[in-house]
Design a protein around this ligand. Structure first.
Ligand SMILES: [Zn+2]
Length: 629
Protein backbone atom coordinates (compact mmCIF):
# COMPACT_ATOMS: atom_id res chain seq x y z
CA UNK A 1 0.00 0.00 0.00
CA UNK A 2 1.38 3.39 -0.96
CA UNK A 3 0.30 6.74 0.34
CA UNK A 4 -0.40 9.35 -2.33
CA UNK A 5 2.62 11.67 -2.85
CA UNK A 6 0.43 14.72 -2.25
CA UNK A 7 -0.43 13.41 1.20
CA UNK A 8 3.23 12.76 2.04
CA UNK A 9 4.23 16.27 0.94
CA UNK A 10 1.36 17.78 2.91
CA UNK A 11 2.22 15.72 5.99
CA UNK A 12 5.87 16.79 5.81
CA UNK A 13 4.69 20.39 5.90
CA UNK A 14 2.13 19.86 8.65
CA UNK A 15 4.18 17.65 10.95
CA UNK A 16 6.39 19.96 12.95
CA UNK A 17 9.80 18.30 12.58
CA UNK A 18 10.99 19.96 15.82
CA UNK A 19 8.13 18.40 17.75
CA UNK A 20 8.55 14.95 16.21
CA UNK A 21 12.34 14.90 16.71
CA UNK A 22 11.81 16.46 20.15
CA UNK A 23 9.95 13.32 21.15
CA UNK A 24 13.26 11.44 20.86
CA UNK A 25 15.99 13.96 21.79
CA UNK A 26 16.15 17.16 23.83
CA UNK A 27 16.43 20.07 21.42
CA UNK A 28 17.72 23.56 22.27
CA UNK A 29 17.08 26.58 20.07
CA UNK A 30 20.13 28.13 18.48
CA UNK A 31 19.59 30.75 15.79
CA UNK A 32 17.33 29.42 13.07
CA UNK A 33 18.07 25.84 14.11
CA UNK A 34 17.42 23.52 17.02
CA UNK A 35 20.41 21.59 18.32
CA UNK A 36 20.89 18.35 20.28
CA UNK A 37 23.39 15.61 20.90
CA UNK A 38 23.06 13.26 17.97
CA UNK A 39 20.96 10.11 18.56
CA UNK A 40 22.85 8.32 15.77
CA UNK A 41 26.39 8.63 17.10
CA UNK A 42 28.10 9.12 20.46
CA UNK A 43 28.97 12.73 21.26
CA UNK A 44 29.26 15.18 24.14
CA UNK A 45 28.73 18.49 22.33
CA UNK A 46 25.66 18.84 20.11
CA UNK A 47 26.25 18.69 16.37
CA UNK A 48 22.81 17.40 15.45
CA UNK A 49 20.56 20.16 14.16
CA UNK A 50 17.00 20.55 12.98
CA UNK A 51 15.85 23.32 10.69
CA UNK A 52 12.08 23.78 11.00
CA UNK A 53 11.65 26.16 8.08
CA UNK A 54 13.20 23.62 5.71
CA UNK A 55 11.74 20.56 7.47
CA UNK A 56 15.12 18.83 7.60
CA UNK A 57 17.64 17.55 10.12
CA UNK A 58 21.37 17.16 9.73
CA UNK A 59 24.20 15.95 11.96
CA UNK A 60 27.51 17.72 11.38
CA UNK A 61 29.22 14.92 13.28
CA UNK A 62 28.15 11.78 11.47
CA UNK A 63 26.59 13.28 8.35
CA UNK A 64 23.14 11.75 8.73
CA UNK A 65 20.39 13.98 7.51
CA UNK A 66 17.07 14.17 5.73
CA UNK A 67 13.36 14.63 6.25
CA UNK A 68 11.25 13.89 9.31
CA UNK A 69 10.45 10.52 7.70
CA UNK A 70 14.14 9.66 7.28
CA UNK A 71 14.64 10.49 10.95
CA UNK A 72 11.87 8.19 12.14
CA UNK A 73 12.90 5.41 9.73
CA UNK A 74 16.48 5.55 10.98
CA UNK A 75 15.67 5.79 14.67
CA UNK A 76 12.75 3.37 14.83
CA UNK A 77 14.25 1.10 12.16
CA UNK A 78 10.98 0.99 10.26
CA UNK A 79 9.97 1.12 6.60
CA UNK A 80 8.94 4.33 4.86
CA UNK A 81 5.16 3.69 5.02
CA UNK A 82 5.54 2.81 8.70
CA UNK A 83 7.41 6.08 9.31
CA UNK A 84 4.63 7.97 7.53
CA UNK A 85 2.11 6.31 9.83
CA UNK A 86 4.12 7.20 12.95
CA UNK A 87 4.60 10.82 11.89
CA UNK A 88 0.91 11.16 11.00
CA UNK A 89 0.03 9.77 14.44
CA UNK A 90 2.30 12.25 16.21
CA UNK A 91 1.04 15.15 14.10
CA UNK A 92 -2.59 14.17 14.57
CA UNK A 93 -3.09 14.08 10.81
CA UNK A 94 -5.62 11.43 9.73
CA UNK A 95 -4.31 8.91 7.22
CA UNK A 96 -5.86 9.31 3.78
CA UNK A 97 -8.47 7.00 2.37
CA UNK A 98 -6.34 4.71 0.30
CA UNK A 99 -7.40 4.49 -3.30
CA UNK A 100 -7.31 0.72 -3.24
CA UNK A 101 -8.93 0.61 0.16
CA UNK A 102 -11.53 -1.96 -0.78
CA UNK A 103 -9.08 -4.38 -2.29
CA UNK A 104 -6.78 -3.91 0.66
CA UNK A 105 -9.63 -4.51 3.10
CA UNK A 106 -10.59 -7.75 1.33
CA UNK A 107 -7.00 -8.94 1.38
CA UNK A 108 -6.66 -8.21 5.08
CA UNK A 109 -9.87 -10.05 5.85
CA UNK A 110 -8.61 -13.03 3.87
CA UNK A 111 -5.28 -12.90 5.72
CA UNK A 112 -7.11 -12.93 9.06
CA UNK A 113 -9.13 -15.94 7.90
CA UNK A 114 -5.98 -17.81 6.90
CA UNK A 115 -4.41 -17.06 10.29
CA UNK A 116 -7.56 -18.34 12.05
CA UNK A 117 -7.60 -21.56 10.02
CA UNK A 118 -3.87 -22.01 10.64
CA UNK A 119 -4.52 -21.65 14.38
CA UNK A 120 -7.18 -24.39 14.25
CA UNK A 121 -4.97 -26.64 12.13
CA UNK A 122 -2.08 -26.21 14.54
CA UNK A 123 -4.26 -27.10 17.56
CA UNK A 124 -5.29 -30.22 15.72
CA UNK A 125 -1.75 -31.23 14.72
CA UNK A 126 -0.22 -30.51 18.13
CA UNK A 127 -2.78 -32.79 19.73
CA UNK A 128 -1.98 -35.48 17.16
CA UNK A 129 1.72 -35.37 18.06
CA UNK A 130 1.10 -35.39 21.80
CA UNK A 131 -1.54 -38.10 22.02
CA UNK A 132 -2.13 -39.33 18.49
CA UNK A 133 -1.45 -42.94 19.40
CA UNK A 134 0.24 -45.36 17.00
CA UNK A 135 -0.33 -43.10 13.99
CA UNK A 136 2.09 -40.42 15.27
CA UNK A 137 4.72 -42.83 16.56
CA UNK A 138 7.26 -42.23 13.77
CA UNK A 139 7.07 -38.49 14.37
CA UNK A 140 7.52 -38.87 18.14
CA UNK A 141 10.46 -41.22 17.59
CA UNK A 142 12.04 -38.71 15.23
CA UNK A 143 11.62 -35.88 17.74
CA UNK A 144 13.01 -38.01 20.58
CA UNK A 145 15.87 -39.16 18.35
CA UNK A 146 16.90 -35.52 18.00
CA UNK A 147 16.73 -35.16 21.76
CA UNK A 148 13.91 -32.62 21.72
CA UNK A 149 12.12 -32.27 25.07
CA UNK A 150 8.36 -31.98 25.60
CA UNK A 151 8.88 -28.37 26.55
CA UNK A 152 10.78 -27.60 23.33
CA UNK A 153 8.02 -29.21 21.26
CA UNK A 154 5.50 -26.98 23.03
CA UNK A 155 7.63 -23.83 22.67
CA UNK A 156 7.91 -24.32 18.93
CA UNK A 157 4.42 -25.85 18.73
CA UNK A 158 5.50 -28.88 16.71
CA UNK A 159 2.69 -31.06 15.41
CA UNK A 160 1.89 -34.13 13.42
CA UNK A 161 -0.34 -34.23 10.35
CA UNK A 162 -1.90 -37.72 10.17
CA UNK A 163 -1.61 -39.76 7.02
CA UNK A 164 -5.14 -39.09 5.84
CA UNK A 165 -6.72 -37.33 2.84
CA UNK A 166 -9.35 -35.44 4.81
CA UNK A 167 -8.60 -35.50 8.56
CA UNK A 168 -7.70 -31.80 8.70
CA UNK A 169 -10.30 -30.69 6.14
CA UNK A 170 -13.05 -32.34 8.18
CA UNK A 171 -11.72 -30.84 11.40
CA UNK A 172 -11.73 -27.34 9.92
CA UNK A 173 -15.30 -27.82 8.69
CA UNK A 174 -16.32 -28.98 12.16
CA UNK A 175 -14.88 -25.70 13.52
CA UNK A 176 -17.21 -23.82 11.18
CA UNK A 177 -14.85 -22.89 8.32
CA UNK A 178 -16.47 -22.45 4.88
CA UNK A 179 -15.29 -24.30 1.77
CA UNK A 180 -13.95 -21.10 0.18
CA UNK A 181 -11.92 -20.23 3.27
CA UNK A 182 -10.46 -23.72 3.49
CA UNK A 183 -9.45 -23.65 -0.17
CA UNK A 184 -7.82 -20.21 0.20
CA UNK A 185 -5.88 -21.29 3.31
CA UNK A 186 -3.35 -23.41 1.43
CA UNK A 187 -3.90 -26.18 4.00
CA UNK A 188 -5.58 -28.29 1.35
CA UNK A 189 -4.93 -28.96 -2.32
CA UNK A 190 -7.77 -28.38 -4.78
CA UNK A 191 -8.71 -31.29 -7.00
CA UNK A 192 -9.35 -30.67 -10.72
CA UNK A 193 -12.72 -32.40 -10.61
CA UNK A 194 -13.77 -30.34 -7.57
CA UNK A 195 -13.25 -30.80 -3.86
CA UNK A 196 -9.87 -30.93 -2.10
CA UNK A 197 -7.58 -33.06 0.04
CA UNK A 198 -5.20 -32.36 2.94
CA UNK A 199 -1.88 -30.92 1.76
CA UNK A 200 0.22 -32.31 4.63
CA UNK A 201 -0.12 -36.04 5.27
CA UNK A 202 2.06 -38.21 7.50
CA UNK A 203 4.41 -35.34 8.28
CA UNK A 204 6.00 -33.58 11.26
CA UNK A 205 4.79 -29.97 11.29
CA UNK A 206 6.94 -26.89 11.99
CA UNK A 207 4.81 -23.73 12.18
CA UNK A 208 6.32 -20.50 10.81
CA UNK A 209 5.15 -17.56 12.89
CA UNK A 210 5.18 -13.85 12.19
CA UNK A 211 6.93 -11.49 14.63
CA UNK A 212 3.75 -11.43 16.75
CA UNK A 213 3.80 -15.21 17.06
CA UNK A 214 0.81 -16.01 14.81
CA UNK A 215 1.25 -19.07 12.58
CA UNK A 216 1.28 -17.83 9.00
CA UNK A 217 2.65 -20.92 7.24
CA UNK A 218 3.99 -24.43 7.84
CA UNK A 219 6.96 -26.58 6.93
CA UNK A 220 6.36 -30.31 7.05
CA UNK A 221 8.97 -33.05 7.17
CA UNK A 222 8.19 -36.43 5.66
CA UNK A 223 8.09 -39.26 8.24
CA UNK A 224 7.73 -42.22 5.93
CA UNK A 225 10.81 -43.44 4.05
CA UNK A 226 10.67 -42.59 0.35
CA UNK A 227 8.15 -39.76 0.81
CA UNK A 228 9.12 -36.87 -1.44
CA UNK A 229 9.84 -34.07 -1.00
CA UNK A 230 11.56 -34.38 2.36
CA UNK A 231 10.28 -30.93 3.30
CA UNK A 232 6.95 -29.66 2.01
CA UNK A 233 5.99 -26.01 2.61
CA UNK A 234 2.81 -23.94 2.60
CA UNK A 235 2.10 -22.12 -0.64
CA UNK A 236 1.80 -18.32 -0.60
CA UNK A 237 -1.51 -17.16 0.81
CA UNK A 238 -3.10 -13.86 1.82
CA UNK A 239 -1.21 -14.23 5.12
CA UNK A 240 2.12 -15.48 3.81
CA UNK A 241 4.61 -14.30 1.22
CA UNK A 242 7.80 -16.32 0.75
CA UNK A 243 10.98 -14.71 2.00
CA UNK A 244 9.26 -12.29 4.38
CA UNK A 245 9.50 -14.29 7.62
CA UNK A 246 12.26 -15.73 9.75
CA UNK A 247 11.67 -19.02 11.51
CA UNK A 248 11.99 -18.71 15.28
CA UNK A 249 12.02 -14.93 15.45
CA UNK A 250 8.90 -14.72 17.59
CA UNK A 251 10.56 -16.83 20.33
CA UNK A 252 14.12 -15.52 19.97
CA UNK A 253 13.52 -11.79 19.40
CA UNK A 254 13.96 -10.71 23.03
CA UNK A 255 17.18 -12.66 23.44
CA UNK A 256 18.49 -11.23 20.16
CA UNK A 257 17.79 -7.71 21.44
CA UNK A 258 19.47 -8.48 24.75
CA UNK A 259 22.57 -10.07 23.21
CA UNK A 260 22.70 -7.42 20.45
CA UNK A 261 23.47 -10.04 17.80
CA UNK A 262 21.70 -12.89 16.05
CA UNK A 263 22.96 -16.25 14.84
CA UNK A 264 21.56 -17.00 11.42
CA UNK A 265 21.05 -20.67 10.57
CA UNK A 266 19.42 -22.55 7.72
CA UNK A 267 16.94 -25.14 8.94
CA UNK A 268 14.30 -25.74 11.61
CA UNK A 269 16.42 -28.07 13.73
CA UNK A 270 19.51 -25.84 13.35
CA UNK A 271 17.48 -23.39 15.40
CA UNK A 272 15.46 -25.64 17.70
CA UNK A 273 18.35 -27.79 18.95
CA UNK A 274 20.64 -24.87 19.91
CA UNK A 275 17.63 -23.15 21.50
CA UNK A 276 16.95 -26.14 23.72
CA UNK A 277 20.65 -26.11 24.71
CA UNK A 278 20.40 -22.48 25.78
CA UNK A 279 21.65 -20.74 22.62
CA UNK A 280 18.56 -18.62 22.14
CA UNK A 281 19.47 -15.68 19.91
CA UNK A 282 18.99 -17.70 16.73
CA UNK A 283 16.85 -17.27 13.61
CA UNK A 284 16.53 -19.47 10.53
CA UNK A 285 16.23 -18.15 6.98
CA UNK A 286 14.75 -21.50 5.81
CA UNK A 287 15.16 -23.20 2.43
CA UNK A 288 15.60 -20.09 0.31
CA UNK A 289 18.63 -17.80 0.62
CA UNK A 290 18.28 -14.86 2.99
CA UNK A 291 16.18 -12.13 1.37
CA UNK A 292 16.49 -8.33 1.82
CA UNK A 293 13.05 -8.38 3.50
CA UNK A 294 14.23 -10.95 6.03
CA UNK A 295 17.36 -8.89 6.71
CA UNK A 296 15.27 -5.76 7.26
CA UNK A 297 13.02 -7.67 9.64
CA UNK A 298 16.01 -8.93 11.61
CA UNK A 299 17.48 -5.42 11.64
CA UNK A 300 14.69 -4.33 13.96
CA UNK A 301 16.26 -6.47 16.68
CA UNK A 302 20.05 -6.44 16.10
CA UNK A 303 22.66 -5.04 13.73
CA UNK A 304 25.19 -7.84 14.12
CA UNK A 305 24.79 -11.29 12.64
CA UNK A 306 26.83 -14.48 12.80
CA UNK A 307 26.02 -16.58 9.74
CA UNK A 308 26.19 -20.26 10.64
CA UNK A 309 25.09 -22.26 7.61
CA UNK A 310 26.12 -25.81 6.71
CA UNK A 311 29.79 -26.30 5.96
CA UNK A 312 29.17 -28.06 2.63
CA UNK A 313 29.47 -26.37 -0.77
CA UNK A 314 25.80 -25.39 -0.97
CA UNK A 315 25.98 -23.99 2.56
CA UNK A 316 29.06 -21.88 1.79
CA UNK A 317 27.37 -20.54 -1.33
CA UNK A 318 24.23 -19.66 0.64
CA UNK A 319 26.37 -18.01 3.35
CA UNK A 320 28.05 -15.81 0.75
CA UNK A 321 24.70 -14.73 -0.65
CA UNK A 322 23.49 -13.98 2.88
CA UNK A 323 26.58 -11.83 3.51
CA UNK A 324 25.90 -9.77 0.40
CA UNK A 325 22.31 -9.17 1.53
CA UNK A 326 23.38 -8.32 5.09
CA UNK A 327 26.05 -5.85 3.96
CA UNK A 328 23.59 -4.07 1.70
CA UNK A 329 21.37 -3.64 4.77
CA UNK A 330 24.29 -2.26 6.80
CA UNK A 331 24.77 -5.23 9.12
CA UNK A 332 28.04 -6.26 10.66
CA UNK A 333 28.44 -9.85 9.50
CA UNK A 334 30.64 -12.68 10.73
CA UNK A 335 30.76 -16.27 9.58
CA UNK A 336 31.00 -19.44 11.59
CA UNK A 337 31.85 -22.63 9.70
CA UNK A 338 31.77 -25.70 11.91
CA UNK A 339 34.33 -28.48 11.39
CA UNK A 340 33.66 -31.40 9.04
CA UNK A 341 30.77 -29.61 7.37
CA UNK A 342 28.59 -30.07 10.45
CA UNK A 343 25.39 -28.10 10.85
CA UNK A 344 24.55 -26.47 14.23
CA UNK A 345 22.05 -29.22 15.09
CA UNK A 346 24.59 -32.06 14.62
CA UNK A 347 27.43 -30.12 16.20
CA UNK A 348 25.58 -29.23 19.40
CA UNK A 349 24.23 -32.73 19.88
CA UNK A 350 27.76 -34.11 19.46
CA UNK A 351 29.85 -31.51 21.30
CA UNK A 352 27.45 -29.48 23.48
CA UNK A 353 26.48 -25.84 23.65
CA UNK A 354 29.64 -24.70 25.44
CA UNK A 355 31.91 -25.88 22.65
CA UNK A 356 29.49 -24.34 20.15
CA UNK A 357 29.61 -20.96 21.90
CA UNK A 358 33.40 -21.12 22.06
CA UNK A 359 33.57 -21.63 18.30
CA UNK A 360 30.96 -18.94 17.75
CA UNK A 361 33.22 -16.53 19.62
CA UNK A 362 35.88 -17.25 17.00
CA UNK A 363 33.59 -16.56 14.02
CA UNK A 364 35.58 -14.74 11.34
CA UNK A 365 34.73 -11.33 9.88
CA UNK A 366 32.93 -11.62 6.55
CA UNK A 367 35.90 -10.15 4.64
CA UNK A 368 38.19 -12.86 5.91
CA UNK A 369 35.67 -15.54 5.03
CA UNK A 370 35.10 -14.18 1.54
CA UNK A 371 38.81 -13.79 0.73
CA UNK A 372 39.62 -17.21 2.14
CA UNK A 373 36.92 -18.69 -0.09
CA UNK A 374 38.27 -16.78 -3.10
CA UNK A 375 41.81 -18.01 -2.41
CA UNK A 376 40.83 -21.64 -1.88
CA UNK A 377 42.23 -23.75 -4.71
CA UNK A 378 43.68 -20.76 -6.55
CA UNK A 379 47.28 -19.73 -7.17
CA UNK A 380 47.84 -15.98 -7.04
CA UNK A 381 50.96 -16.31 -9.21
CA UNK A 382 48.68 -17.34 -12.05
CA UNK A 383 47.26 -14.08 -13.53
CA UNK A 384 43.99 -15.65 -14.70
CA UNK A 385 43.34 -17.23 -11.30
CA UNK A 386 44.27 -14.02 -9.55
CA UNK A 387 41.77 -12.12 -11.73
CA UNK A 388 39.09 -14.69 -10.85
CA UNK A 389 39.78 -14.29 -7.16
CA UNK A 390 39.58 -10.50 -7.40
CA UNK A 391 36.38 -10.73 -9.38
CA UNK A 392 34.85 -13.04 -6.79
CA UNK A 393 35.62 -10.67 -3.93
CA UNK A 394 34.60 -7.31 -5.42
CA UNK A 395 30.79 -7.73 -5.16
CA UNK A 396 31.18 -8.09 -1.38
CA UNK A 397 33.18 -4.88 -1.16
CA UNK A 398 30.64 -3.13 -3.37
CA UNK A 399 27.78 -4.27 -1.12
CA UNK A 400 29.17 -2.40 1.93
CA UNK A 401 27.08 0.71 2.42
CA UNK A 402 29.29 2.70 4.74
CA UNK A 403 31.91 4.47 2.58
CA UNK A 404 34.70 4.39 5.16
CA UNK A 405 34.18 0.70 5.88
CA UNK A 406 33.99 -0.04 2.18
CA UNK A 407 37.42 1.57 1.73
CA UNK A 408 38.82 -0.41 4.66
CA UNK A 409 37.52 -3.71 3.31
CA UNK A 410 38.74 -2.85 -0.15
CA UNK A 411 42.29 -2.11 1.00
CA UNK A 412 42.32 -5.20 3.19
CA UNK A 413 41.14 -7.57 0.45
CA UNK A 414 43.39 -6.00 -2.21
CA UNK A 415 46.37 -6.46 0.14
CA UNK A 416 45.44 -10.09 0.75
CA UNK A 417 44.99 -10.74 -2.97
CA UNK A 418 48.27 -8.87 -3.62
CA UNK A 419 46.86 -6.31 -6.03
CA UNK A 420 49.72 -3.84 -5.74
CA UNK A 421 49.63 -1.70 -8.89
CA UNK A 422 48.22 1.63 -7.63
CA UNK A 423 46.43 2.56 -10.86
CA UNK A 424 44.78 -0.85 -11.12
CA UNK A 425 43.73 -0.53 -7.51
CA UNK A 426 42.25 2.86 -8.28
CA UNK A 427 40.32 1.44 -11.19
CA UNK A 428 39.01 -1.43 -9.12
CA UNK A 429 38.11 0.96 -6.34
CA UNK A 430 36.11 3.03 -8.80
CA UNK A 431 34.26 -0.07 -9.90
CA UNK A 432 33.10 -0.77 -6.36
CA UNK A 433 32.19 2.83 -5.57
CA UNK A 434 28.53 3.65 -6.12
CA UNK A 435 29.30 6.36 -8.69
CA UNK A 436 31.67 4.11 -10.60
CA UNK A 437 29.20 1.22 -10.85
CA UNK A 438 27.96 2.04 -14.34
CA UNK A 439 31.48 2.35 -15.74
CA UNK A 440 32.35 -1.06 -14.35
CA UNK A 441 29.44 -2.62 -16.22
CA UNK A 442 30.26 -1.26 -19.67
CA UNK A 443 31.33 -3.51 -22.54
CA UNK A 444 35.07 -4.04 -22.76
CA UNK A 445 36.57 -1.56 -25.20
CA UNK A 446 39.91 -2.01 -26.94
CA UNK A 447 43.05 -1.93 -24.85
CA UNK A 448 43.97 1.70 -25.50
CA UNK A 449 40.44 2.91 -24.76
CA UNK A 450 40.47 0.88 -21.60
CA UNK A 451 43.80 2.25 -20.43
CA UNK A 452 42.49 5.77 -21.14
CA UNK A 453 39.47 4.97 -19.01
CA UNK A 454 41.75 3.85 -16.25
CA UNK A 455 43.71 7.09 -16.46
CA UNK A 456 40.52 9.15 -16.43
CA UNK A 457 39.23 7.13 -13.51
CA UNK A 458 42.46 7.73 -11.64
CA UNK A 459 42.31 11.47 -12.36
CA UNK A 460 38.70 11.65 -11.26
CA UNK A 461 39.30 9.67 -8.14
CA UNK A 462 41.80 12.30 -7.06
CA UNK A 463 38.83 14.66 -6.69
CA UNK A 464 36.49 12.24 -5.02
CA UNK A 465 35.37 14.55 -2.19
CA UNK A 466 33.62 17.80 -3.01
CA UNK A 467 35.99 20.79 -2.99
CA UNK A 468 35.34 23.88 -0.91
CA UNK A 469 34.41 25.82 -4.04
CA UNK A 470 31.83 23.27 -5.17
CA UNK A 471 30.19 23.05 -1.80
CA UNK A 472 30.13 26.80 -1.22
CA UNK A 473 28.70 27.49 -4.68
CA UNK A 474 25.93 24.98 -4.01
CA UNK A 475 25.22 26.55 -0.62
CA UNK A 476 24.81 29.95 -2.26
CA UNK A 477 22.70 28.74 -5.18
CA UNK A 478 20.49 26.26 -3.38
CA UNK A 479 19.40 28.73 -0.74
CA UNK A 480 18.96 31.92 -2.76
CA UNK A 481 16.59 32.19 -5.77
CA UNK A 482 17.93 35.64 -6.71
CA UNK A 483 21.48 34.33 -6.90
CA UNK A 484 20.27 31.43 -9.02
CA UNK A 485 18.70 33.83 -11.49
CA UNK A 486 21.92 35.82 -11.62
CA UNK A 487 24.51 33.03 -11.66
CA UNK A 488 23.00 29.94 -13.31
CA UNK A 489 22.87 31.47 -16.81
CA UNK A 490 26.69 31.65 -16.64
CA UNK A 491 27.15 28.04 -15.63
CA UNK A 492 27.95 25.62 -18.43
CA UNK A 493 27.80 21.85 -18.23
CA UNK A 494 31.56 21.36 -18.43
CA UNK A 495 31.91 23.41 -15.19
CA UNK A 496 30.37 20.63 -13.14
CA UNK A 497 30.51 17.52 -15.34
CA UNK A 498 32.85 14.96 -13.72
CA UNK A 499 32.64 16.64 -10.32
CA UNK A 500 31.55 14.50 -7.36
CA UNK A 501 28.64 16.93 -6.96
CA UNK A 502 27.63 16.65 -10.60
CA UNK A 503 24.18 15.21 -9.85
CA UNK A 504 23.29 18.07 -7.50
CA UNK A 505 24.34 20.73 -10.03
CA UNK A 506 22.39 18.93 -12.71
CA UNK A 507 19.29 18.80 -10.48
CA UNK A 508 19.65 22.49 -9.67
CA UNK A 509 19.90 23.47 -13.34
CA UNK A 510 16.91 21.27 -14.26
CA UNK A 511 14.72 22.65 -11.47
CA UNK A 512 15.68 26.23 -12.30
CA UNK A 513 14.94 25.74 -15.99
CA UNK A 514 11.54 24.21 -15.19
CA UNK A 515 10.71 27.00 -12.74
CA UNK A 516 10.25 24.45 -9.97
CA UNK A 517 11.05 25.15 -6.32
CA UNK A 518 14.49 24.14 -5.06
CA UNK A 519 14.16 22.37 -1.73
CA UNK A 520 14.98 19.13 0.03
CA UNK A 521 12.32 17.05 -1.63
CA UNK A 522 12.80 18.26 -5.21
CA UNK A 523 16.60 17.99 -5.01
CA UNK A 524 16.35 14.52 -3.45
CA UNK A 525 13.92 13.42 -6.12
CA UNK A 526 16.27 14.46 -8.94
CA UNK A 527 19.41 12.98 -7.38
CA UNK A 528 17.78 9.73 -6.32
CA UNK A 529 20.35 6.95 -6.03
CA UNK A 530 23.42 9.18 -5.57
CA UNK A 531 24.61 8.56 -2.00
CA UNK A 532 26.95 11.55 -2.01
CA UNK A 533 24.03 13.81 -2.92
CA UNK A 534 21.89 12.27 -0.18
CA UNK A 535 24.39 13.46 2.41
CA UNK A 536 25.30 16.71 0.71
CA UNK A 537 21.82 18.14 0.13
CA UNK A 538 20.82 18.58 3.78
CA UNK A 539 24.32 19.87 4.50
CA UNK A 540 24.18 22.68 1.94
CA UNK A 541 20.58 23.49 2.87
CA UNK A 542 21.72 23.94 6.46
CA UNK A 543 24.45 26.39 5.46
CA UNK A 544 22.13 29.15 4.39
CA UNK A 545 24.10 32.37 3.78
CA UNK A 546 22.92 35.05 6.20
CA UNK A 547 21.50 37.57 3.80
CA UNK A 548 18.90 39.91 5.29
CA UNK A 549 15.74 40.64 3.33
CA UNK A 550 16.53 43.29 0.71
CA UNK A 551 20.26 43.34 1.48
CA UNK A 552 22.39 43.78 -1.62
CA UNK A 553 23.39 40.58 -3.32
CA UNK A 554 26.69 42.01 -4.60
CA UNK A 555 28.98 40.34 -2.10
CA UNK A 556 27.27 36.98 -2.50
CA UNK A 557 27.22 37.32 -6.24
CA UNK A 558 30.96 38.00 -6.25
CA UNK A 559 31.58 35.01 -4.05
CA UNK A 560 29.50 32.74 -6.28
CA UNK A 561 31.35 34.03 -9.34
CA UNK A 562 34.68 33.31 -7.73
CA UNK A 563 33.61 29.75 -6.82
CA UNK A 564 32.42 29.21 -10.36
CA UNK A 565 35.73 30.43 -11.78
CA UNK A 566 37.57 28.03 -9.48
CA UNK A 567 35.47 25.15 -10.76
CA UNK A 568 36.13 26.20 -14.33
CA UNK A 569 39.88 26.35 -13.69
CA UNK A 570 39.69 22.90 -12.14
CA UNK A 571 37.88 21.51 -15.18
CA UNK A 572 40.48 23.05 -17.51
CA UNK A 573 43.25 21.57 -15.41
CA UNK A 574 41.61 18.16 -15.43
CA UNK A 575 41.42 18.22 -19.20
CA UNK A 576 44.97 19.58 -19.50
CA UNK A 577 46.27 16.70 -17.39
CA UNK A 578 44.47 14.24 -19.65
CA UNK A 579 45.79 16.02 -22.74
CA UNK A 580 49.40 15.73 -21.57
CA UNK A 581 49.01 11.94 -21.56
CA UNK A 582 47.14 11.84 -24.87
CA UNK A 583 49.75 14.07 -26.57
CA UNK A 584 52.59 11.84 -25.38
CA UNK A 585 50.72 8.76 -26.66
CA UNK A 586 49.96 10.32 -30.06
CA UNK A 587 53.61 11.37 -30.34
CA UNK A 588 54.81 7.84 -29.55
CA UNK A 589 52.33 6.38 -32.05
CA UNK A 590 53.51 8.87 -34.72
CA UNK A 591 49.92 10.01 -35.40
CA UNK A 592 50.68 13.52 -36.69
CA UNK A 593 47.08 14.45 -37.40
CA UNK A 594 45.84 13.51 -33.94
CA UNK A 595 48.88 15.13 -32.38
CA UNK A 596 48.12 18.38 -34.21
CA UNK A 597 44.52 18.41 -32.98
CA UNK A 598 45.50 17.66 -29.39
CA UNK A 599 48.19 20.35 -29.34
CA UNK A 600 45.66 22.90 -30.65
CA UNK A 601 43.22 21.95 -27.91
CA UNK A 602 45.99 22.21 -25.35
CA UNK A 603 46.97 25.70 -26.51
CA UNK A 604 43.37 26.90 -26.60
CA UNK A 605 42.70 25.62 -23.08
CA UNK A 606 45.85 27.27 -21.74
CA UNK A 607 44.76 30.53 -23.36
CA UNK A 608 41.29 30.29 -21.76
CA UNK A 609 42.86 29.42 -18.49
CA UNK A 610 45.13 32.46 -18.48
CA UNK A 611 42.21 34.68 -19.43
CA UNK A 612 40.26 33.42 -16.44
CA UNK A 613 42.91 34.33 -13.92
CA UNK A 614 42.95 37.87 -12.67
CA UNK A 615 46.52 39.18 -12.75
CA UNK A 616 48.38 38.32 -9.57
CA UNK A 617 45.67 36.03 -8.27
CA UNK A 618 46.68 32.58 -7.05
CA UNK A 619 46.64 30.11 -9.89
CA UNK A 620 44.56 27.47 -8.20
CA UNK A 621 42.79 27.11 -4.89
CA UNK A 622 44.74 25.59 -2.06
CA UNK A 623 44.91 21.85 -2.21
CA UNK A 624 44.43 21.59 -5.96
CA UNK A 625 47.66 20.68 -7.64
CA UNK A 626 48.03 21.87 -11.18
CA UNK A 627 50.28 20.15 -13.64
CA UNK A 628 50.16 22.87 -16.28
CA UNK A 629 52.82 25.49 -16.40
ZN1 LIG B 1 25.46 12.23 14.36
Amino acid sequence: MRFPQTFIDELRRQADIVRVVGDYVTLKKKGANWMACCPFHQEKTPSFSVNPSKDIFYCFGCGKGGSVFNFVMELERVSFPEAVRIVAGKAGVPLPELVEDKKFETRRKEADEVVQLNAWALEFWERQLQDGGAEARAAREYVEGRGLSEETCRTFRLGYAPNSWDALGSYLKSKGAGIGEIERSGLVVKKEQGGYYDRFRGRLIFPVADAQGRAVAFGARAMRPGDEPKYLNSPETAAYTKGRHLFGLSVSRDEIRRKKFAILVEGYLDLIVPFQHGVRNVVASLGTALTPEQAKLLGRFARKVVVNYDGDRAGVKAAKRAIEVLLAEDFEAKVLVLPDGADPDEFIRAHGAEEYSRRRGQAVPHTQFVTEQALAGRDLRNPAQKAEAVEEVLPFVRAVRNAIQRREYFDMTMDTLRVEDPSLRQELWRSVSPRGGAAGAQAPADAQQRSEDVRRKVARSATAAPTVAEQRLLELLVNDPELRDAVLPHVVESDYAELPTESVFRALVTLHAAGRPVDFSTLSELTDGDPLAADLIPLVLMHEPERAEGEATDAFFAEAESCLMTLRLMSYDRRLRELAGEIAAADRAGDAELLGRLVMEDLELKRLRTALQPAGAPVTPAGDTSSSS
